[in-house]
Design a protein around this ligand. Structure first.
Ligand SMILES: [Zn+2]
Length: 190
């Protein structure tokens, strides 16, 4: 029997990149080498996500512009979904568009009602290169869409318009972490 280890238990914490850091607005590149370095990246991502008490994390949030995300996220039925995807593609979204509370480890302490499809299907690979298809509904579907957006250089705030968007950006610009990792005010002004 294979021994099971807790994801992230051998990972090291990496600094979280925050709104305003250019790595968050860049499109991430596909991983091309499925080696120990990629496995270590996933371990570090789990460790960093758990330390920050998040439910998902994309690689560019720790400054690595590769198409990789990890998650440990419940759906609306409280079923836990735990895993990672390398080179994920959002291949299907359907169901009603629901506006629900959404936050992001790159905008700590802020949350806003964000529209997302109720169901999402993402295909990708494991760190060892095995193909995977992940289907999510409810809050987990929201997480999958959120993480895929990160890899395309998008943040949930980019899904917001009008007053909601302005409120998030204003709160972010006034946050204690504003400007820590880049021109947050510039982003807020967009
Ligand atoms: Zn995020």
């Amino acid at each position: 029997m294979r021994s099971r280890t807790i994801p992230g238990s051998s990972g090291r914490l990496r600094p979280m990149r925050l709104l305003g850091d250019p790595v968050l607005t860049d499109t991430c590149q596909d991983a091309t080498v499925f080696d120990g370095e990629l496995a270590r990246l996933v371990e570090d991502m789990f460790a960093t996500m758990y330390a920050a008490e998040g439910v998902g994390l994309a690689a560019n949030q720790i400054g690595v512009p590769l198409r990789v995300f990890v998650y440990d996220c419940p759906d609306d039925e409280d079923v836990r979904h735990l895993g990672h995807l390398v080179n994920p593609r959002l291949v299907e979204v359907d169901g009603p568009v629901v506006r629900g509370p959404e936050g992001c480890l790159s905008l700590p302490g802020i949350e806003a009602g964000t529209p997302r499809h109720d169901r999402a299907v993402v295909t990708g690979f494991t760190v060892t290169g095995e193909p995977r298809t992940v289907t999510g509904t409810g809050y987990f579907a929201r997480c999958l869409q959120h993480e895929c957006d990160h890899l395309d250089g998008q943040l949930y705030v980019d899904r917001l318009t009008g007053l909601r968007r302005r409120r998030v950006l204003r709160t972010a610009a006034r946050s204690p972490w504003a400007g820590q990792s880049g021109p947050a005010e510039e982003a807020a002004a967009r």
